[in-house]
Design a protein around this ligand. Structure first.
Ligand code: GLV
Ligand code: MN
Ligand code: MN
Length: 400
């Protein structure tokens, strides 16, 4: 079976899990759907004699028994956003699996583990890369206790109820971390290139802005006597977009992803509106400008409209630069295989970010259709995934 046919087969197995009627995937982190995805990957791995174990927080590692020390970790995730696609994260995990299979077939002694990290997506709790942050010491219990879903249940409760720890030992003995991921942007496709070598990863700040006004009768309350929290929030949404646009040249981006409006009915002036904001960048000064302007604007809107405004930062991580030597090696490997590649930044976040303090980190991107991601239309060509896998394998086991 060719690698392409094999990958198609593996995707078909996984694409039976967590698929909604409209074809989108909802496989949220630390849910039964994520468990089912992990069990299915482990099941495929077992067919090739590969072993696995789970760590204290539920991340799962598949390995080939070539030794524990100084191993290459190929990581990614199998959870998705709400109504997401089927390639984000999964392509990287299957790339790790394919690499392990090739190593086994050729009886090579290359210590490699494929890591499946829990809850990479921040859809529900506002915190991304939870599994990889936990085992690299990048998140503490206080942050997990503070992060809550729409029902007020904390991430700490979710993780501990599932029997996992929230203060695990730090992962160790990693020689290098590699990740293959769909680009989630349009650059590679537009340039007609099959491969990207990532040089940096933008980092998000996520925050809640809560406006509180007066919940009133929508018929009986004159326009000049209202304190409408939703209208204040609407002003901030538009301003946030403008602050993001002003930083276009510096690649910062700003999104209002969540609006929680109370009571959210036809005949009541809204009394409380929460906005969930995601502000990201590679240039920290640029990102800081967007953050400061947003916080200042929220306070000004509140003062002008007689609203109360509370701002809570949910998560914040730093942009990272990936290892220059590893970038060069991956680029040279691609050149050797005759694969044209582009060195490029990543606007999306990845588990890779949290390993840069522990070991050299390298990432390869493969194109995805029209750059669409976090959407049921997300699609990558199997042959592009194979190309990315070939680069990883050649890098780990260069031909003479
Ligand atoms: C990960 O998908 C992110 O939100 O960057
Ligand atoms: Mn994602
Ligand atoms: Mn991802």
């Amino acid at each position: 079976m060719t690698d392409a046919v094999l990958l198609e087969k593996w995707f078909a197995i996984l694409n039976k899990i967590g698929i909604n009627e409209d074809g989108s995937a909802s496989r949220l982190g630390y849910t039964d759907k994520e468990d089912a995805m992990i069990a299915a990957v482990v099941g495929i791995a077992a067919e090739y004699g590969l072993k696995h174990y789970a760590d204290e927080v539920g991340n799962v590692f598949i390995y080939n028994g070539s030794g524990e020390d100084n191993y290459t970790l190929i990581g990614s995730h199998v959870d998705s956003v709400v109504q997401g696609g089927t390639f984000d994260g999964v392509a990287g995990v299957l790339a790790g699996l394919l690499t392990l299979k090739k190593i086994g077939e050729q009886n090579l002694n290359i210590p490699v583990k494929t890591g499946i990290f829990r809850m990479e997506e921040s859809s529900v709790f506002g915190i991304a890369c939870v599994g990889s942050k936990l085992v690299t010491g990048n998140i503490d219990e206080a942050a997990l206790k503070k992060a809550a879903n729409a029902d007020g249940v904390s991430l700490y409760e979710i993780i501990t109820q599932r029997g996992y720890k929230t203060n695990p030992a730090k992962i160790k003995n990693i020689k290098q971390y590699l990740e293959l991921h769909i680009e989630q942007g349009r650059v590679l496709e537009a340039k007609g290139l099959p491969l990207g070598i990532v040089n940096s990863i933008a980092a998000p700040v996520r925050m809640w802005v809560k406006f509180t006004g007066n919940q009133d009768h929508s018929g009986a309350t004159p326009m000049d006597l209202r304190k409408d929290s939703l209208v204040g929030a609407a002003e901030l949404i538009v301003a946030l977009e403008a602050f993001g646009r002003a930083e276009l040249a510096n690649s910062s981006v700003a999104t209002t992803g969540i609006v929680r409006n109370t009571p959210n009915v036809f005949n009541v002036v809204p009394g409380e509106t929460m906005l969930g904001l995601d502000i990201r960048g590679i240039d920290k000064a640029s990102r800081a400008r967007v953050l400061n302007e947003t916080e200042q604007k929220a306070r000004n809107i509140a003062a002008e409209r007689g609203l109360k405004c509370e701002i809570t930062r949910v998560s914040e991580s730093d942009p990272v630069m990936l290892d220059p030597a590893l970038q060069k090696s991956l680029l040279q490997t691609a050149e050797k295989l005759g694969i044209p590649a582009l060195v490029m930044p990543s606007g999306a976040g990845h588990d890779a970010m949290f390993f840069t303090e522990l070991c050299p980190v390298g990432m390869v991107f493969i194109p995805c259709k029209e750059g669409i991601s976090h959407n049921k239309e997300e699609h990558a060509k199997i042959e592009d995934i194979v190309t990315g896998c070939n680069v990883l394998f050649e890098y780990l086991h260069p031909r003479a």
